[in-house]
Every structure is written in structure tokens, then in C-alpha cells.
Design a protein around this ligand. Structure first.
Ligand SMILES: [Zn+2]
Length: 358
């Protein structure tokens, strides 16, 4: 299915207020509370510990599944707290942010320093600008045609409903964050290595504890590790891959391949999709769906994002608001396969039958 080209019109309309002015107005939402930040992290940590206790110490499948759900929710929530810390928006104290961020990133096995470079510098600096922002950057049809068959197949998998899991795991976590090789490493700072060691040690202790309690209670070691670690980690990978995908991929959201058009179109905010979500999701996910305000000014802590986003919506009324539902997501997945940069619109994959007869 071919999307309508109306998207470009929406996203390239020039906003009457400059980004600098918008940031100035939203400064009032940048104030941080160390007490609130630590309380949020402790609540999420308690959720993670509670989930592990249910998986490891109860012997009924129902409680253990609930435990797996709690662990998964805690991983996502702690990651969002760590995300704030990485942006130095969690508390006013730089050293404290660095340590709270490292702690908050442990359950998702996210190496702090490398994630900070990829996210703060590359993604936030150039979101939706191809060649700079690597996160879910789309191929154009010619580029796709030039790929090997296995790579084309992989791209089709990535852009399917299950794709966020392998995409985030392979392209982001494995390639760019977990002991990345020289091709993907932005440099050789010691913390790039030691943060991967830190998350490995954490995973080892976590899994060892699950094995130990299973063994001590003569329960299934495999069952404990699958429910306590593997399933939450895999669901976490799908969730973060999905969240980042829908934040910057939508039939009406444009990608750019040259910096001047990207700057002119204010890609920083118009490359971000604003969703109207049920309040429960904001509570569960620390307002991560209020993404436009976050991209405009990452100094705003997550606990003030909802108010900041409401203000931004009044200032920039041409930002599309999308109702997040299965229907709208399905439309995005069906239409947003490749991006035709010349015509600034999403297109589908080429028909494989037609291609094989070409
Ligand atoms: Zn961010």
C-alpha cells in the first residue's frame, strides 16, 4: 500500500516560533527534585525485587507469571529513569545522575556511557536525519534494492510487528552498546568497556540467584531462568524497540537526508510523533510517550513531561496528535517500510514476485 504524500505538507510547514524561543518558554518545566527522583527509582527497584521474589520464591506458576510481568514493567520503568539521568534531567547533581543512571540501567543490561553517546549526541542531535540518526533510519527503495537477499529479508523482519525485538537486540544493544567492536565504538574511553563489564556482572548475579533458589527448592532451573530473566529481557527488547519505532515512524512523519531541509522543517520536533495515550500508559511508562517536549528540550524531567507537552501543543498546534491504538499502529507497520526521500513519503517493500520475474 502506498501512503498519501500529505505528510510532507504537515511536517515542512514552518512553525511561527523558533526552537530557541520554545525552549525558553518551556524552561519552567526543567526544575528537578532529587527526592522525587530517588523515590521513583526506589519504587521501581522494589517492583523489580518483588517480581524476582515471586518468580524465585513462590512455587505456583500463576504467581511466577505475575512476577515475570512485574520484572518486565520494572525494567522499562527503571530504564526511563536512567534515560532522565543520562540527560542530566533526573536531579540537579551530575555525579548523582551518573550513578543513579547506571543503577537504573542495570535490569535492562544497558551500558550507561555508550547509550548516552548514541542517544544524547546522535539520536537527540539529529533525529530523523538519515546518515546521522541511526535509530530506525529507513532505507530508500534504491538502497534496499542494492542489499543482499539476507539483508533484505532482515529488513522485512525488522519492519514487521515482531521486528522491534530483533531490531533493538541486534542493531542497538548488541552492535552498539554491549562490548561493541571498533566499527561501532565511538572511541576507546575506559567507561565504554567497564559499563559492559558492569551489566555482565549484574546479569551473572541475577541469573545465579535464580538458579540457586530453584536448586535449593528443587524447582525447575530452566523455568526460573526463563520466567525471571529471559522472558522479561526479550519483552523489554521488543518494548523499547517498539516505543522508539512509533516515536519517529508514522505515515505522516518525514525523514530527511540533507541537514538543511531537516533544520528548515524543524525535524527535532516534527520528526517526533505525538500520541494521545490512555493515562495508564503515562503512569506505567513515566510519560515516555510525551516525546515531542522531550526532543525539544531533554532537560525536562520525565515527571514534568506531561505538563510540558500540553504547553508545547498549544504553542505548536500543527504537531499531529495520533491516537495510539492497534489500528493506527497497524497502519504504520503496513505503510512505513521504505522511505522515498525524493518525494518525502513512505512506501512499501517492492513486490517480491514482481522482483523475481524482473
Ligand atoms: Zn532522550
Amino acid at each position: 500500500m502506498t501512503p498519501t504524500p500529505q505528510s510532507a505538507a504537515v511536517s515542512t510547514e514552518s512553525a511561527p516560533i523558533t526552537l530557541t524561543k520554545l525552549r525558553e518558554i518551556l524552561t519552567e518545566y526543567c526544575n528537578r527534585s532529587t527526592t522525587l527522583a530517588i523515590t521513583l527509582l526506589l519504587i521501581d527497584l522494589a517492583l523489580w525485587v518483588g517480581g524476582n521474589a515471586l518468580v524465585g520464591l513462590t512455587h505456583q506458576l500463576g504467581w511466577q507469571i505475575l512476577g515475570a510481568v512485574l520484572i518486565t514493567v520494572a525494567i522499562v520503568r527503571m530504564f526511563v529513569v536512567g534515560h532522565d539521568a543520562c540527560h542530566m534531567s533526573l536531579t540537579d547533581h551530575e555525579r548523582l545522575n551518573k550513578w543513579l543512571g547506571r543503577i537504573a540501567f542495570l535490569p535492562s543490561l544497558t551500558p550507561y556511557a555508550l547509550w548516552r553517546v548514541g542517544h544524547n549526541v546522535v539520536h537527540h542531535g539529529f533525529n530523523n536525519l538519515k546518515g546521522r540518526d541511526f535509530v530506525w533510519q529507513p532505507m530508500d527503495p534504491e538502497e534496499f534494492a542494492s542489499q543482499s537477499k539476507p539483508r533484505q529479508w532482515l529488513e522485512r523482519v525488522y519492519r514487521s510487528p515482531l521486528g522491534p525485538l530483533p531490531y533493538y537486540f541486534i542493531e542497538i544493544w548488541w552492535n552498539k552498546m554491549y562490548f561493541p567492536n571498533q566499527k561501532y565504538r565511538p572511541g576507546d574511553r575506559p567507561e565504554y568497556f567497564w559499563d559492559s563489564v558492569l551489566v555482565s556482572a549484574f546479569a551473572l548475579v541475577w541469573i545465579s540467584w535464580l538458579v540457586y533458589v530453584a536448586d535449593a527448592n528443587m524447582a525447575s532451573i530452566v523455568g526460573h531462568v526463563v520466567l525471571g530473566f529471559l522472558v522479561p529481557f526479550l519483552v523489554w527488547n521488543w518494548t523499547i524497540g517498539f516505543v522508539v519505532y512509533i516515536h519517529h515512524t508514522h505515515p505522516e512523519t518525514v525523514w530527511y537526508n540533507d541537514k538543511s531541509s531537516w533544520m528548515k522543517a524543524q525535524g527535532i520536533i516534527h520528526g517526533t510523533v505525538r500520541y494521545d495515550v490512555q493515562p495508564i500508559w503515562n503512569v506505567l511508562l513515566h510519560n515516555i510517550m510525551e516525546h515531542g517536549a522531550h526532543h525539544l528540550d531533554a532537560r525536562i524531567p520525565s515527571y514534568r513531561l506531561k505538563a510540558a507537552q500540553a504547553k508545547l501543543a498549544k504553542l505548536v498546534p500543527n504537531m499531529p496528535v495520533i491516537e495510539l491504538s492497534f489500528k493506527t499502529y497497524w497502519r504504520t507497520v503496513r505503510q512505513c517500510k521504505l522511505f522515498d526521500f525524493k518525494n518525502q513519503r513512505w512506501v512499501g517493500f517492492p513486490d517480491s514476485n514482481a522482483k523475481s520475474h524482473a
